[in-house]
Ligand binder design. Structure first.
Ligand code: URA
Length: 192
């Protein structure tokens, strides 16, 4: 064990070969996260899918295309934010991560939040919102509502993949990303 402080640059290396849960048996990649390590906005999804497992990058499959679209429409550059998921390895057949998988993986997420120190966190879907904000949260009631925790503004929205089952959720996600952009601009102008 080293007593040296872990930095955000070397945090992903802490997970190399991770066997904290059974997903280590079936994954191809650990999809740790990507983006601006000094981001003011952090996006947190659920778990990697097939394309993410193949590439090692978050949100590069069908859900990523939706995410890119709503980010662009809101005037947010993907390169300016940091994107990760609650669980860093793909659950087989994209099933929901199990409780013990979330518990095993969440310390990585907690370190990412601490080291990146974003001003705004967007929880993409129910699992991220329950993990980060409140285990009892109901995404249908909480989406689009701001909360503040430890000085960080947090907003839950639907997971981009949810629109594949319910197209109407797209407008809600768009609206929430407009709110994120507005809140970001308000925070940035408060620094002037
Ligand atoms: N869905 C997620 O929650 N995360 C990804 O990286 C891809 C799809």
């Amino acid at each position: 064990m080293t007593s040296e402080a872990v930095t955000i640059e070397d945090l992903p290396s802490q997970a190399i070969g991770c066997r904290r849960c059974g997903l280590g048996e079936t994954r191809k990649s650990i999809v740790f996260g990507e983006g601006n390590l000094q981001a003011d906005i952090m996006l947190i999804g659920e778990a990697p899918g097939e394309k993410e497992d193949e590439s090692g990058q978050p949100f590069v499959g069908p859900a990523g295309r939706i995410l890119n679209k709503v980010l662009e429409e809101a005037g947010i550059n993907r390169e300016d934010v940091y994107i990760t998921s609650v669980v860093k390895c793909r659950p087989p057949k994209n099933r929901l991560p199990k409780k013990e998988e979330v518990t095993a993986c969440v310390p990585y997420l907690e370190q990412q939040i601490k080291l990146i120190n974003p001003k705004i966190i967007v929880c993409l879907g129910s699992l991220a919102a329950k993990t980060i904000i409140d285990p009892k949260l109901k995404i249908t009631q909480a989406r689009g509502q701001w909360l503040e925790k430890n000085g960080v503004k947090m907003i839950p929205t639907y997971h981009p993949a949810s629109i594949f089952h319910d197209q109407e959720k797209l407008e809600a996600i768009r609206e929430d990303f407009r709110r994120v952009k507005e809140a970001y601009l308000a925070w940035a102008s408060s620094l002037d």
